[in-house]
Structures are given as structure tokens and as C-alpha cells.
Design a protein around this ligand. Structure first.
Ligand SMILES: *Cc1c(COP(=O)(O)O)cnc(C)c1O
Length: 403
């Protein structure tokens, strides 16, 4: 009898998460919340699989296949085919792998193009790789708005993060990938703030590589493994720069020479983090039966509501995100000179967002576990802090290591 109503309200699904009382969590873009069942799964992996089966668990509990199992569960969320996503390591490492592989595909070109909206580690990893190669490659970093114009036939690799971690501004993946390909460049997309946040169509946009992390919108927990996608038609030509034994075609043949697996598995490196992978596997259950389009629709409702409420209540905050919801990811940022202090005051009142230097107050919208009432309540508390000047208490100016 209630089926149509139940169907219309697919989201949120708060019952699938451990949400602490008295907290409005607008930081799932940085670290997703704990999914129900994840702690039990980790405990089972530790006490039963590891504790009882010991080394046999690599076979009996399918540990050796878990990276692929999990990759195949991430794939539909990013518009990728089965067997095209490898998991493991950290996103920084996956960036390195992707740039190294992409540069090898264009030996006659020297420039890696990125933008200054990219996350620093992506730029650091590319620069570190370039210095290691030592063949006068160049990392060219332009404004996000100038990327399209900067793509020409000198560019070997275009490496971009789709959603800007500070402002939420979103690049047009298809248009940029097409431009890169027309110029003969290889494309790499970083989906750190896209996976589980916005619909992505990796197959449709035809990018060669994509990478991302799983502790943000995918709720895999701190230190959860990263992922890397490689377009199926190029997989067998990729020469892994980090040629680890688990990317070998036959790891247990223990051959002295490296022979890469004839699949995306060649992008695996070493022993997978099984406890983290088991948590991530459990976390992905929260996406079952809901499409990324459903999540996107709900995310836009939440973020539009938040912007309207905050602008009405807090005139001193300046919207730093694109006003057009189609042009931003699943986060909203405001500029405020004393943003760090204001965010600390907000967190003390139970509204958790975060701060990014120099002046960005950042709020993430995660429709799996947030509803409009939460957004409204968060805006109300923000108004109170701003209008009373409560943030001016000197204790809020003390900087923590993680902001
Ligand atoms: C979060 C994030 C990272 C973090 O990399 P780790 O290696 O997981 O610490 C890298 N790049 C982007 C674009 C990010 O948003």
C-alpha cells in the first residue's frame, strides 16, 4: 500500500549509517560517515577470517579477489564497465601511476597540463614523477577557466580534477576530454569529489584514465583504498611504472622478470589492505537500489536550499561556489575572512563542515544521510554564530593540524 510513497522517498537512508546524536555532518566530502555494518564486517575480517583462517583466508575468504570485487562495485557509480577499475594504495599513488602511464603513451611530447584548482598532491605527484624521469618534461598549471584554450599539440597529458575541492566548481568532462583527444593528448580525470557525489560517465567521455579515493562520498573510512580506471582498449599497452608483484600476470610463479597482467589488474601493486577493503565493500551497500541521478537530484535540492538560507541569514558570507547548480559538485563554499574561526565555532555547536585556506568555509552535501531539515538547522546555527559574533572568542583562533 505504501510502496509508491516509499519509492518516492529513496533518500535519505539515514538508517544505513551511524549518525552521532546532536551532529549535523556537512563534511562527507572530506570523510564520509560510518556505514552500519562496517564495524561488524571489519571485526569479522579480523577475528574470524584473519584470526581463525590465518593465511588460508587469502583463498577461503577471497581476500586476493577483494580488490577486483570492490572495483567492480565502484564501476557502475562512475559509468565504467566491469573489470576496468583497480583498487588499492592511496589516491596520490594512483595519480602517479596514471601520469606515468599516460606520459609513456606520448613519448614525443613533454607537457603535463593541469589547473590551479587541482588538489596540491596531484600537482606534487606529477612534478615528482617528472623530476624522476629527468627528460625535461614540464608541468604547466593554468587557471581552471583557461584549461580548454591551453590544450594544444604540445600537450602530452591533461590531468584535471573534475570537482574543485575548494569551490565545488565542476569541469565539463566530455568537452575537455574531446578537446584533449583532438589535440592528441591523453586525458586523466581525478574523481575524488565526484565518485558517489555526481553522475560520471567514464565510458561515454572516453577518457584514458581516471582515479579517485573512496573515503569521501563513498564512505570507505579513513585510509580506504583508492581506485584507478583505465580504458579497456589501452589496458594491454600500459607499462606500469610501479610494477608490483600483484600486478604481475602470475604473481605466485615468482618469476624474476615482470610480466604485467593482461587486464586492469596490472595496475595493482602490492598486498591489499584487506580490513579497509572489507569496510569499503560493506559501505558500498548504501548505494544499492539508488542511482547516481537520484543522488544528484537530492544533492541539488539540499545545496540550493543551503545557499538560499545562508545568503538570506548571513550577508557577510560570500558564495565561493558557482551559483548554477549544474556547474558545481555536491558541495557549497562561502568566503569569509575569519572563516577558520567561524568554522570552529560552528563545529563546537555541532555543525561539522571544514575550512580550506585562505578563507573558504566548505560544506558537503551527502543525500544518503542528509535531508532538508538538517540543512535548514545548520543554516540557523550558522546565522546565530555570525549575527552574535560568537566566532570572535579567541579560543576559535587556535589552529589544529587538520583544518
Ligand atoms: C582528497 C584528494 C586527494 C587525497 O589524496 P590521498 O592520497 O588519498 O591522500 C588527492 N587528490 C584530490 C583531488 C583530492 O580531492
Amino acid at each position: 500500500m505504501n510502496a509508491p510513497i516509499a519509492q518516492a522517498r529513496l533518500l535519505p537512508r539515514k538508517d544505513r549509517f551511524e549518525l552521532p546524536d546532536g551532529i549535523l555532518y556537512l563534511d562527507g566530502n572530506s570523510l564520509g560517515v560510518l556505514p552500519k555494518g562496517a564495524a561488524e564486517r571489519a571485526a569479522r575480517t579480523i577475528t574470524s577470517e584473519w584470526g581463525q583462517d590465518l593465511i588460508k583466508a587469502w583463498n577461503t575468504a577471497n581476500w586476493m579477489h577483494l580488490p577486483k570485487t570492490v572495483g567492480d562495485r565502484i564501476a557502475p557509480l562512475i559509468g565504467a564497465a566491469q573489470g576496468t577499475v583497480a583498487t588499492g594504495d592511496t589516491l596520490s599513488i594512483k595519480v602517479y601511476q596514471a601520469v606515468a602511464a599516460a606520459l609513456q603513451m606520448r613519448p614525443d611530447r613533454k607537457v603535463v597540463l593541469s589547473d590551479n584548482g587541482n588538489f596540491p598532491t596531484d600537482l606534487y605527484m606529477a612534478k615528482g614523477l617528472i623530476d624522476t624521469i629527468g627528460k625535461n618534461h614540464e608541468l604547466k598549471v593554468v587557471d581552471p577557466e583557461s584549461v580548454v584554450d591551453a590544450i594544444d599539440e604540445s600537450i602530452a597529458v591533461v590531468m584535471l580534477t573534475q570537482v574543485d575541492y575548494r569551490t565545488g566548481r565542476m569541469h565539463d568532462m566530455k568537452a575537455i576530454t574531446d578537446k584533449a583527444h583532438a589535440a592528441g593528448a591523453v586525458m586523466i580525470w581525478d574523481l575524488a569529489h565526484s565518485a558517489g557525489a555526481v553522475p560520471v560517465d567514464l565510458t561515454g567521455c572516453n577518457t584514458e584514465f581516471a582515479v579517485g579515493c573512496t573515503y569521501k562520498y563513498l564512505n570507505g573510512g579513513p585510509g580506504a583504498p583508492a581506485f584507478i580506471y583505465a580504458r579497456p582498449d589501452i589496458v594491454e599497452t600500459i607499462q606500469p611504472a610501479l610494477a608490483g608483484w600483484l600486478g604481475h600476470d602470475a604473481p605466485f610463479a615468482m618469476e624474476l622478470g615482470y610480466r604485467p597482467a593482461m587486464s586492469t589488474e596490472r595496475l595493482r601493486i602490492g598486498t591489499p589492505a584487506i580490513v579497509q577493503l572489507s569496510i569499503l565493500d560493506e559501505a558500498l551497500n548504501a548505494f544499492e537500489g539508488v542511482t547516481m541521478e537520484d543522488i544528484r537530484k537530492a544533492s541539488i535540492v539540499l545545496s540550493e536550499r543551503f545557499i538560499a538560507e545562508v545568503e538570506r541569514r548571513c550577508p557577510m558570507l560570500e558564495l565561493a561556489s558557482p551559483r548554477d547548480p549544474q556547474a558545481r559538485g555536491s558541495q557549497v563554499s562561502f568566503r569569509f575572512e575569519k572563516g577558520y574561526e567561524a568554522m570552529q565555532a560552528l563545529i563546537e555547536r555541532g555543525v561539522i563542515g571544514d575550512f580550506r585556506a585562505p578563507n573558504i568555509m566548505r560544506f558537503g552535501f551527502t543525500p544518503l544521510y542528509l535531508d532538508e531539515a538538517d540543512v535548514f538547522a545548520a543554516a540557523e546555527i550558522l546565522e546565530d554564530i555570525m549575527s552574535t559574533g560568537a566566532w570572535k572568542d579567541p579560543k576559535y583562533a587556535v589552529r589544529s593540524r587538520v583544518t
